[in-house]
Write a protein that binds this ligand. Structure first.
Ligand code: F6R
Length: 607
């Protein structure tokens, strides 16, 4: 959701800014731009569309200078256009911004009343104009930026660059993450540590409300109250900031293929030495004291929560409420004593999820987060952080983070079941033993790729596709439909199999493929009956099941994908692989931009 970078360097900065933006492009790719100061003169270049357009522009119209800021945009206010592209400039000030300035209308009115003209439709332009105004009234750049910051409401990460100032960047964070990188005689700022990976492994994360004044040799951080704040410098493992496709055509393909490995790591992380029980990091959770679990997330992470609802309820007997964060937070649900609030987020920065977490602060007994980025805002504001250890996920469509979220949530549910006595120690040990085998089974599932690729070729011709699942496979049907629509742009819907006849079956005809996710489990016969109802109306069924399921339910279907056999509790994790590969190969067959689908961005830091 917009990436920002700033560099006070020792070399020509334009190519380094572009390189850093490339690593942030997963956050948005509607337009990109950079600004530098050279011989005191502030200049910028901006281009609509992907970063490659900016790189091309810089070949013909280069920018010199060793100090600069850059931006890659996911449009919020104003269409993707050159005028609306960052950096925004007003006289001696240039600004890059990630987030939303919520009071920009009032600020615009105030500036308009002072006779100031606007050239963009963005909220960010008000930041540049306000800073310029303070400078014109006599403030020095740092003071002008601080005065401006004190006027802003909303969520933002900002970096300011000033004409005539080749050794100064002012940066600030409120709601959107910002990392400061320490070099040798150089200083950097970026939306995340990944952006700064090739430049430095020494990172200081700004805290909520912090502002920072950077020179090449100094960093001064102040908290929201304006007091000097000491923020710890961390050394980041370089492998955590590596960004490459590892020989795959797309990041998404690499991340799908990585799943057996990362899931294996997540399993090992939460297993005790005996492999027969689950250990949670401090301060842990006392599941015997929990009356209710409230799980909140967005998108794919929400479907992970929805899946886990089945596990917590069935295995551990804990009543679970799941909700999408954007609804939860404004519904103002009562949170009774004995409730643990659990938030799931790959990025740990999703604005709605973070706001939902803050709503639960002081109301829930404990705030728990299941995140991929342990330094994220959601992690930092939680009482207990459970990392999913998926490694950096770059593809905009979440894959390995989803299956790692499921794995960790299942392990927590098993721990809860053991503590609450709803499963015996032996039953839990058996499930964990099956879980330890899962990476191997997932490798076998990945071997179905060529079959799934062939099926996807046919799917790519469809205008609408339905997904069906029952029980714990219903949330996966929802996730399969989401994955397909977001990268192939084919309209896809998912239904609980039993719900189809209550309306959606009207959509079925010979042109609508219906993907049925049905391992041979206790609900199989019921799902197959629903599938027959579809076939009786000429629906083209793609049945994804195991060998027994294929022999019992495969007659008359359009196509079948036969999966390895797995303990039914693990089916949603295993069957994620065909759901992801169908989406991936359908998108590839359609020629869409798999890693950077239109209109989307990876980390949604605005409401
Ligand atoms: C879909 C996808 C999104 C995210 C959602 C939440 O493939 O990736 O639906 O799951 O935006 O993001 P996080 O998990 O970062 O909170």
């Amino acid at each position: 959701m917009c990436g920002i970078v700033g560099i006070l360097g020792g070399h020509e900065v334009a190519p380094i800014l572009v390189e850093a933006l490339k690593r942030l492009e997963y956050r948005g790719y509607d337009s990109a731009g950079i600004a530098t100061v050279h011989d005191g003169v502030l200049e910028r270049r901006r281009a609509v569309g992907k970063l490659v357009n900016l790189s091309d522009l810089l070949v013909h119209d280069p920018l010199q200078g060793k100090s600069g800021i850059g931006h890659t945009r996911w449009a919020t206010h104003g269409a993707p256009s050159i005028d609306n592209a960052h950096p925004h400039r007003a006289g001696p000030v240039s600004v890059v911004h990630n987030g939303i300035i919520e009071n920009f209308r009032e600020l615009r009115e105030e500036l308009a009343a002072a006779g100031i003209q606007f050239v963009t439709e963005t909220d960010t332009e008000t930041v540049a104009l306000l800073t310029q105004l303070y400078i014109e009234k006599g403030a020095q750049p740092v003071e002008a930026a601080r005065k401006t910051l004190s006027r802003l409401d909303g969520a933002f990460a900002l970096a300011f660059l000033f004409e005539g100032e080749e050794d100064l960047i002012v940066a600030a964070r409120k709601g959107s993450p910002l990392a400061i990188g320490h070099g040798d005689g150089e200083m950097f700022v970026g939306s995340d540590a990944i952006a700064l990976g090739p430049l430095t492994d020494r990172i200081t994360y700004l805290e909520e409300g912090d502002s920072a004044v950077l020179t090449r040799t100094s960093l001064e951080i102040r908290n929201e109250a304006g007091e000097i704040a000491n923020r710890e410098m961390q050394t980041i493992r370089l492998d955590q900031t590596r960004v490459d496709k590892g020989g795959h055509k797309h990041f998404m393909a690499k991340e799908i293929a990585e799943q057996p490995t990362v899931i294996g790591e997540a399993i090992r992380h939460y297993l005790d030495n005996t492999g027969a029980s689950v250990v949670l990091p401090d301060p842990g959770l006392d599941f015997t004291q929990i009356d209710r679990l409230t799980m909140v997330a967005c998108g794919t992470a929400y479907y992970a929560c929805f899946t886990a609802k089945y596990w917590f309820e069935q295995l551990a007997g804990i009543p679970v409420e799941v909700d999408v964060a954007s609804e939860f937070r404004y519904r103002e649900p009562p949170i009774s004593k004995g409730t643990v609030a659990l938030f799931v987020s790959q990025s740990g920065e999703t604005a709605d999820t973070l706001a939902a977490l803050r709503y639960c602060e002081g109301k829930a007994d404990k705030i728990v987060s299941v995140v991929n980025v342990p330094e994220s805002s959601i992690a930092r504001e939680s009482d207990l952080v459970l990392p999913i250890l998926a490694g950096t996920e770059i593809g905009v469509a979440s894959t390995k983070a989803f299956t790692c979220q499921l794995t960790v949530l299942l392990m927590i549910a098993l721990k809860a079941a053991a503590e609450r006595g709803t499963m015996t120690a032996q039953e839990v040990a058996d499930k964990l033993s099956a879980l330890r085998m899962l990476p191997g089974v997932m490798n076998a599932a990945l071997e179905r790729e060529s079959t799934l690729q062939a099926v996807s070729h046919n799917l790519s011709e469809a205008r609408d596709i339905l997904f069906l699942g029952r029980g714990v496979m219903y949330p996966l049907a929802l996730e399969g439909a989401l994955k397909l629509k977001e990268i192939s742009y084919i309209h896809a819907e998912a239904y609980a199999s039993g719900e189809l006849k209550h309306g959606p079956i009207a959509l079925v005809d010979e042109h609508v493929p219906v993907v049925v996710l049905a391992p041979r489990d206790s609900l199989f016969d019921k799902t197959i009956s629903n599938m027959q109802e579809v076939m009786a109306r000429n629906g083209k069924v793609l049945l994804i099941t195991d060998a027994e399921g294929a022999s019992q339910g495969g007659d008359g279907v359009w196509d079948t994908v036969v999966m390895p056999v797995v303990d039914p509790v693990l089916s949603p994790i295993l069957y994620s692989i065909p759901a992801q590969l169908l989406a991936y190969h359908t998108a590839v067959a359609k020629g869409t931009d798999v890693d950077q689908p239109r209109n989307l961005a990876k980390s949604v830091t605005v409401e």
